[in-house]
Design a protein. Structure first.
Lengths: 143, 187
């Protein structure tokens, strides 16, 4: 038992980094994410958990016009394109450990703003709460 | 008979010491160290043109490293790496930190993806590069540059060091690609 515990202690720093809870947002100097009214959320084919729909619903709840779909073709008449990367972990149940949402210029795909939330198991949030936290931070970020 | 009695006592002490050592390794080996600017400077540059103008550098979107978290790239570290890379590659004639430069290069660090577990760590970084002519505030070039770097156990055995090396590598590749694109511009 002691040997197994010692082995686990040894293997841990060799295979893992530390974790921390954080919620941040970055805005390109001179850009105003609040100026966009219509959004297109790019849903990757690997999104089996419906995160794209959560992002779209949250934007609609904020009073914006938002649609979702695969990256190609993108609708031409939108103010911003939204991309996201979600990471999940297992601890008793699966939970979303990290979400990064990036708002992009639809003409050249250049990032206008980006938000990131990272919450480990003990302070885990629901996917809806993660989406809301990231989007709130993006829209409240200092320009 | 004596040896039979002493043997378990010896093994018990050894196990306890071994456990304490393992705990120390786990604690000391699990803390993040900040990225260094030296690790982000490319060793070679693909420079198409060397611009005779001067440039100012501004970096934002970076984060300070929390000792209990993952290695991050701070604005100051990336600025220093970018400044030295421009000087080394001679992409511009000089980097001027105060106002008065011919061009202003702004780099915004977005969406760094870092793994938590594994033997090979691949870090992905996206940075928004904008080059403006200071005289008329015109944007002459703007591009999102994505880069990545994989560090393996041959680079570093401890995970935190491996993750730092992968992070520095992703930043190094981003700087290399960004400066290569700028050197292709007609300014």
């Amino acid at each position: 038992m002691l040997k197994r515990f010692a082995l686990a202690l040894l293997v841990f720093p060799l295979t893992s980094g530390c974790a921390v809870n954080r919620a941040t947002a970055t805005v390109t100097p001179g850009a105003d994410p609040g100026a966009a009214r219509t959004f297109f959320v790019v849903q990757p084919s690997t999104d089996s958990r419906g995160v794209g729909k959560l992002v779209t619903d949250n934007l609609v709840k904020r009073g914006f016009s938002a649609t979702a779909g695969p990256g190609v073709p993108q609708p031409s008449k939108v103010d911003a394109v939204i991309t996201y990367v979600d990471r999940w972990m297992w601890d008793i149940t699966m939970y979303m450990v990290e979400l990064t949402v990036t708002m992009r210029n639809p003409q050249n795909n250049f990032p206008i703003a980006s938000g990131n939330s990272y919450h480990t198991s003990l302070s885990r949030k629901s996917p809806e709460e993660m989406v809301d936290e990231v989007l709130t931070n993006i829209f409240n970020a200092k320009k | 008979m004596k040896s039979q009695i002493r043997q378990p006592v010896y093994r018990g002490r050894f196990s306890f010491r071994f456990l304490v050592s393992c705990a120390c390794v786990a604690v000391l080996g699990g803390c993040a160290t900040p990225t260094t600017y030296e690790g982000m400077i490319p060793t070679a540059f693909r420079t198409a043109k060397k611009h005779p103008q001067t440039v100012g550098v501004s970096v934002n979107g970076g984060k300070e490293t929390d000792s209990t978290g993952k290695p991050q790239i701070s604005d100051a570290t990336f600025t220093q790496a970018l400044t030295e890379s421009i000087t080394k590659s001679q992409t511009f004639s000089k980097v001027i930190q105060a106002s008065g430069a011919d061009y202003l290069l702004t780099v915004t660090l977005f969406g760094m993806e870092q793994p938590s577990f594994g033997l090979s760590f691949t870090v992905k970084l996206e940075a928004g590069w904008t080059l403006k002519r200071v005289s008329n505030s015109q944007t002459v070039w703007q591009e999102s540059i994505k880069s990545e770097f994989t560090a393996t156990t041959s680079d570093a055995f401890a995970a935190v060091t491996r993750l730092r090396l992968a992070t520095e590598g992703a930043a190094r590749n981003n700087i290399s690609a960004g400066l290569a694109r700028i050197s292709e511009l007609n300014l």
